[in-house]
Design a protein around this ligand. Structure first.
Ligand code: SF4
Ligand code: SF4
Length: 152
């Protein structure tokens, strides 16, 4: 009886020897996240470079962790930042509070805020984890790698 159990155990070991390992040698090997993975936020731009965010604060209202701060300002004929009446003069996300639920992306009426695939967000200070508008805005349209789903 005991030898049968040992053989069965050995059989399991041998079977797993020839299976592809599920562990990765991170960080040398990079994991591929699922397409709908919710990682670092981005504030996206239109093709012409205008900001999609219209400073409506819906994302801040819906955020269950109260991680978002938006300070809206009016567009003027001399200085037009977004296609709406307003834009976000300041925009902050406290990544220490964020639980990556994606509610902000769901609530955004212009598709401005998207959660991308970056997940290596560790840093050395609390201040560095409060992302500013400059840190959140993608450097050029499409740089975030996420297509906003909705148009104005
Ligand atoms: S992902 Fe969720 S917790 Fe994080 S900022 Fe958006 S709404 Fe708030
Ligand atoms: S990111 Fe979207 S929901 Fe948040 S303030 Fe800008 S337009 Fe409104």
């Amino acid at each position: 009886m005991e030898s049968a159990a040992v053989l069965r155990g050995l059989g399991v070991t041998v079977r797993y020897l020839f299976r592809r390992p599920v562990t990765l040698q991170y960080p040398e090997q990079r994991p591929r996240v699922a397409p709908r993975f919710k990682g670092r936020h981005w504030l996206t731009l239109y093709e012409d470079g205008d900001e999609r965010c219209v400073g409506c604060e819906l994302c801040a209202i819906v955020c269950p962790a109260q991680a978002i701060y938006v300070k809206p300002a009016e567009n003027t004929p001399e200085r037009r930042v977004s296609k709406g009446e307003r834009y976000a003069e300041e925009f902050q996300i406290n990544m220490l509070r964020c639980i990556f639920c994606g509610f902000c992306e769901e609530a955004c009426p212009t598709g401005a805020i998207v959660l991308g695939h970056d997940f290596e967000l560790a840093d050395y200070s609390r201040q560095a984890l409060i992302y500013t508008k400059e840190m959140l805005t993608e450097p050029y349209p499409g740089a975030s790698g996420r297509d906003p789903r909705r148009e104005v």
